[in-house]
Structures are given as C-alpha cells and as structure tokens.
Design a protein around this ligand. Structure first.
Ligand SMILES: [Zn+2]
Length: 310
C-alpha cells in the first residue's frame, strides 16, 4: 500500500545571500539581506582574541544542510504550516500519539538521516582541531556536528539518531530501530514530502492506523527518541556540565540561533553575568541581542569559514 502525504505550501522566496547555496537546500534559509564588512571585522577581532571559545549553535546552522527550522520568517515550519512538534506529555500519555509519531518518523528517517554537515559545521570542527574552540553546545538534534567530527560537543536536546527506553533507560541506535520497523510493517509504505526539524513528516490519521511500533528489546518498555521534546526539560546533570564548560571559557559565540528557547538562552544569561564577551551570527533578531554589540546577520555557512585563525 503506497500512501501519499498532504501537500505543503512552498516557502517564500529567499534573499540574494542564499543564492550561492545548493539548489534544494536554500528553500529553508531565511532571507538575510546584506551585512556590512565592519561587522565581520568586529567578529574576526572577537574570535582572534578568544582562546577558549564557547559556541552555542541552533537550527540556523542546519538550514543550509536542508533541514528547516521552526521559527524563521517565511521559511520556518511555523510559518509554512499549522503543524507543531510533539509535546513530551502527549508522547508519554498516549499510545496513539506514539504510533502516529513513529509512523511519521519512520517515513521521514531515510531522508532526515541522510543530511550532511555544511561549511559552518566543518568550520567549527576546524576551530576545535586548532584549539580555538573550547566547547560546542548545540540545540540541534540532527547529529550534523557529530557527522562533521566534532568531539568537544554537548547535544543539549539529545539526538534523533539515538533511541531511549522510557522504562529501563537503554540507549540504542535509531538506525537499528528502522530495521525493526521495517520487519514489523511489511507492505506498509508512505512517501515523505516534507521533513520537520526533528524528522517528523506529515501523514493523515488514517495512514498511521495500521503501523506497528516495537517495544524495548531489553524490557518491553516504551521507546522514545533520545530528544528533549517540547514541554520536557534538559537533564540537570547536562545543564550543570555545560555551565562548567562555560565557566572554563573566555568568550561566547552564538551561531544560528534566535535563542527563543530558555534551555539555550540561560547560558547567555550566565555568560553575561560572568561578563564574558559575546558575539552573535544569526539571520534575524535573537533574544540575546541586548547582550552584545557584535552581531552579524548572515548565513553561518558564509561567515564562519571566512574567519581566519591566527
Ligand atoms: Zn527497556
């Protein structure tokens, strides 16, 4: 049985700065207009002076890899659709919601898991290799920093590439779960037309009714992506660990995040309290704009590789 998914309206046209991005990828990058060279010079001086740089990255870094964000004007998921991400409480409470979630996630996985790091991810890995970057915290769950080879990394909201059992806590690879889905659902097939930032796609209710969801191999418990869903909180140990990394750092760079979610924004508040210098590279306004004068409103994939390390 081949199922189709609902048509999604295309995103609005993007600005000229996105014109150099690979076709098919640019549709999720918001218009950035032009940025002045003095902002880039300020950023260059900022990076040159830092010796233990703390970077926090967000969805804006991955739009250039073809993964849409939630909030960008015109091109983000919220702007294009009335779909909203799964809430933690709903996933835990409702077996039907979990069935729907996993059916869509199963359909979206081949495309979502095939995304590759872009020049911004590679630049940050290069900064790590050259000893400039002390720690990278990402709010993204797409594993692109790991794919780029980043090691000094905390995935603040987890990763869609891992699965956790809500009962026994066992962690397994999402790729392995895909094989179990396929084995349990012979003949069940649907086509992904649009994939959300967490790998979700859009299927009608009747399409998921027959989809079978496996249980934990170890204990028979409920499986969930090892991702902090909306309405859930980041583990206290993880927050504490990141605060420690921030305390060891001497400057903070925000890369591709509007910092609208408090779990990331709190580290900017902490940096400000510590009087650490802050810089921001992001298309559009951020929640931390009042904390710094160094703001570059442009694509991370354009700006970060342009920075020279001394
Ligand atoms: Zn289990």
């Amino acid at each position: 049985m081949l199922l189709s998914c609902r048509y999604l309206p295309p995103p609005v046209a993007v600005g000229r700065c996105a014109s150099t991005i690979q076709a098919g990828v640019q549709q999720f990058v918001p218009a950035s207009g032009s940025f002045d060279s003095s902002a880039l010079e300020q950023l260059q001086a900022f990076i040159s002076q830092a010796s233990r740089l703390f970077v926090i990255s967000g969805a804006g870094l991955s739009t250039e890899s073809g993964i849409p964000d939630y909030r960008s004007e015109g091109v983000g998921l919220y702007a294009r659709t009335n779909r909203r991400p799964m809430q933690h409480s709903e996933f835990v409470r409702s077996e039907k919601s979990r069935q729907r979630y996993w059916a869509r996630n199963y359909v979206g996985w081949p495309q979502f898991s095939s995304h590759q790091p872009n020049s911004a991810h590679l630049a940050l890995r290069d900064w790590e290799e050259k000893g400039k970057l002390h720690w990278l915290v990402t709010q993204n769950v797409d594993a692109l920093h790991l794919k780029a080879g980043q090691q000094r990394l905390t995935e603040l909201h987890g990763s869609t590439h891992r699965v956790v059992c809500l009962d026994c806590g066992e962690l397994t690879l999402r790729a392995e779960l895909q094989k179990r889905f396929t084995a349990l659902n012979p003949g069940w097939e649907a086509t992904a037309c649009a994939v959300a930032p967490d790998g979700d796609v859009f299927l009608e209710e009747e399409q998921v009714l027959n989809f079978r969801v496996p249980a934990c191999n170890a204990c028979g418990g409920v499986l969930k992506p090892e991702v902090t869903f909306f309405g859930d909180v980041v583990k206290r140990n993880t927050v504490h660990f990141v605060h420690n990394k921030l305390a060891e750092s001497d400057a903070v760079l925000v890369a591709g995040s509007s910092l609208q979610v408090f779990s990331g924004y709190r580290f900017l508040l902490a940096a400000s309290e510590r009087k650490l210098p802050i810089a921001i590279v992001n298309i559009g306004a951020t929640r931390a704009d009042h904390l710094t004068d160094i703001r570059v409103s442009a694509r991370c994939g354009e700006v970060l590789p342009a920075i020279k390390l001394s």
